[in-house]
Design a protein around this ligand. Structure first.
Ligand SMILES: Nc1nc2c(ncn2[C@@H]2O[C@H](COP(=O)(O)OP(=O)(O)OP(=O)(O)O)[C@@H](O)[C@H]2O)c(=O)[nH]1
Ligand SMILES: [Mg+2]
Length: 443
């Protein structure tokens, strides 16, 4: 069967076929997993890459990104493969897209549009949908002139659908008004989340962050027994899920799972998902979850480190966790980090012990005296502090307790419940001095 007829049949079956283009610029070293990752992104978006064209250039061509000769090659390859969509593993200027589409007579998508299209297709929660629409609109705004022509000629498909699709056809004024509305809605949602977070701020918060598809949601489910959505696809998670780990003791730990990262995560998505990513920024500890079985695990991890900086979480303490050791080559396991399998549970107890050790190292100890027995105050202390000793005396209750976020935060919270029943001895020890066995007066 001729290639073209075969391609048409597959397109008719609902799969959009792509020619992929990747250019290595200047003295960049091509990332070894980049072609597979691009193909995987296209697959997640519902399409298939049927051909790959590469080029080395010192700098991008101003008009068409690739050079003239390469453009001819791309056009010929698209025709031979019977594809009407081309994806560039780069970000293109609006004028470059127009010229490329004219020259090749194909729809041209850049990396940002492709990733945004995946986000649009995967968004489940109201917040994620609004965030993706905002990112898409902001990206489309400078491209709106000619957009109508672009979509009417090329029809639907990847990059042209999603929460933002109808908005892409309206004029700039309407798009700007919509952007303002979306920003207001998102502020409201973020405000509600901040208020909720404030209520549980005494817990030790641990965020799972890492490259997409490394097993963060599976690990959250393994640790907390929760039903977070996990799947063998990129960007399965686009929101944040927080679960409390109930270990039966005082001073709880909450784990949050959130959207995964990728190399060159589009700026617009980082900005739009800023509040979703607050669980990482505000965490007491970030577990950086890597895929030990992935051939490009180190490149992925570099991308994760730089994304953590970009989202403002660069200074949060981290613990490296290498997941999927059940399918990793035992001869080349990564060093420097905990080794776990979220699927089989191997190493997960050691991981929890490491988290617990980290939490205890941050505790600050102090002594409280309650003048009378009071259920509400005692409950609060039990739920939010680690109890060192609890002594009932004729004058009330004497409690030695440790808290995560310092003595002052505890005083503030307890006074809010009923300060009149309380005297607090400002005798504060750090966990470190306790560990040395010589509790010294730090404050
Ligand atoms: N073999 C093996 N597979 C795993 C392990 N952990 C997760 N997986 C699989 O890896 C795939 C991705 O898992 P997820 O938990 O959805 O990954 P994620 O990091 O949350 O991905 P995103 O939400 O897309 O960023 C799923 O098919 C999981 O079953 C593991 O320890 N071993
Ligand atoms: Mg996930």
């Amino acid at each position: 069967m001729p290639v073209r007829a075969c391609a048409q049949e597959r397109e008719a079956a609902g799969e959009e076929l792509f020619l992929a283009v990747s250019v290595t610029l200047g003295n960049e070293t091509p990332s070894p997993g980049a072609p597979e990752e691009l193909a995987s992104l296209v697959h997640t978006a519902g399409g298939r890459v049927v051909g790959f064209v590469t080029q080395n250039r010192p700098v991008p061509d101003h008009a068409t990104f690739v050079g003239k000769g390469k453009l001819e090659e791309i056009k010929a390859a698209a025709q031979a493969g019977g594809v009407s969509s081309i994806v560039f593993d780069h970000n293109l200027a609006p004028a470059q897209v127009s010229r490329l589409e004219e020259a090749t007579e194909c729809k041209v998508l850049d990396r940002t549009e492709l990733i945004m299209s995946i986000f649009a297709g995967q968004a489940r929660t109201a917040e994620a949908k609004l965030q993706v629409e905002l990112a898409q609109l902001k990206y489309a705004l400078p491209r709106l002139s000619g957009m109508w022509h672009h979509f009417s000629r090329l029809g639907g498909g990847i990059g042209t659908r999603g929460p933002g699709e109808t908005q892409l056809e309206v004029d700039r004024r309407k798009a700007r008004a919509r952007i303002r509305l979306l920003e207001k809605e998102l502020e409201k949602i973020a405000g509600r989340r901040d208020r909720l977070a404030g209520r549980r701020s005494e817990a030790f918060s641990v965020a799972l962050a890492g490259y997409t598809n490394t097993g963060k949601s599976t690990l959250l489910n393994r640790i907390c027994g929760s039903g977070a959505y996990s799947a063998d696809r990129l960007f399965a998670t686009l929101d944040s899920t927080t679960r409390r780990l109930d270990r039966g003791g005082a001073g709880s730990v909450v784990f949050s799972d959130t959207v995964g990262f990728i190399e060159r995560l589009p700026e617009g998505l980082v900005a739009s998902f800023y509040s979703t990513l607050a669980v990482v920024r505000d965490a007491d500890l970030v577990l950086v979850v890597g895929d030990a079985s992935h051939p490009c695990r180190d490149v992925q991890n570099e991308a994760v480190k730089s994304t953590l900086e970009r989202i403002g979480a660069g200074s949060v303490p981290r613990l490296m966790v290498w997941n999927k050791i059940d399918i990793a080559d035992p001869g080349s396991l990564p060093s420097g980090g905990l080794l776990v399998s979220a699927l089989t549970g191997r190493g997960v107890d050691e991981l929890l012990s490491a988290v617990e050790e980290e939490r205890r190292s941050r505790l600050e100890w102090f002594t409280l005296r309650l003048l009378v027995r009071d259920g509400r105050l005692e409950n609060w202390i039990h739920e939010n502090c680690v109890i060192g000793s609890f002594e009932s005396t004729p004058e009330g209750v004497k409690i030695t307790a440790g808290a995560l976020h310092g003595f002052d935060s505890v005083v503030g919270r307890l006074s809010g419940i009923d300060g009149s029943l309380l005297t607090i001895e400002r005798t504060v020890w750090s966990q470190r001095s306790l560990d040395r066995g010589r509790p010294g007066r730090d404050g």
